[in-house]
Design a protein around this ligand. Structure first.
Ligand code: GSH
Length: 195
């Protein structure tokens, strides 16, 4: 049994989208969270150790961190072909996209939002938005999806900052076309409608 702890308009939207792509049964618990505008509060029903979303429970296991949840789910349902299973060609690239997002892309955009993207330590550790854009453009020129011909959870995760912050979108036709393909997916639209 999958129990998904979710708050609309938050990072858990990526997991919600993937669950619709997977088309598997799940129970959804809509959680309250503290919002930046001062509304909301920690929800006592949320098992996340810090009260954040997303959180996923599966047969007694608790999984947190968006990239980990996406990987967990695509490994759990390999027949749905929304990830790359262990032993399959492309597994390394798939893991690289997910971990690069969590370890580099979010810190890069967070540093930019805080106005410290040019700090020497931020530059040395994470490069910056231009380096993120360059890698995405190189991966997407001539290809529909990050993993090539097949849409995967890597596309969900990597396109997500640009859905929340369109102004940060790399200004390149390969990236704009990819985002349009992502947002046209019926499962994305279904997850928004359910929110
Ligand atoms: N690195 C975590 C971040 C999770 C996170 O910060 N979620 C926010 C919503 S966008 C949250 O739950 N905030 C409530 C809080 O900080 O208490 C992930 O990607 O899952």
């Amino acid at each position: 049994m999958l129990t998904f702890h979710h708050a609309p308009l938050s990072r858990s939207g990526r997991v919600h989208w993937l669950l619709h792509e997977l088309d598997v049964p799940f129970e959804m618990v809509r959680c309250d969270i503290p919002r930046r505008d001062g509304t909301g509060a920690r929800d006592p029903r949320n098992p996340h150790p810090e009260g954040k979303v997303p959180a996923l429970e599966h047969d007694g296991a608790l999984i947190t961190e968006t990239a980990a949840i996406l990987l967990y789910l695509t490994d759990l349902f390999p027949e749905r072909r929304l990830g790359v299973a262990p032993g399959e060609p492309g597994r390394g690239a798939y893991l690289t996209w997910l971990f690069w997002y969590a370890g580099v892309v979010e810190p890069v955009y967070l540093a930019a939002a805080l106005g410290v993207a040019d700090h020497p330590v931020a530059r040395a550790s994470f490069r910056g938005p231009e380096a993120v854009a360059a890698r995405l453009i190189a991966a997407l020129e001539g290809r529909d999806w990050l993993m090539g011909e097949r849409f995967t959870a890597a596309d969900i995760l990597l396109c997500s900052p640009y859905l929340y912050f369109p102004d940060a979108t790399p200004d390149h036709p390969a990236v704009r076309g990819w985002i349009a393909r992502c947002t046209a997916r019926p499962a994305y639209q279904a997850s928004l409608e359910r929110d």
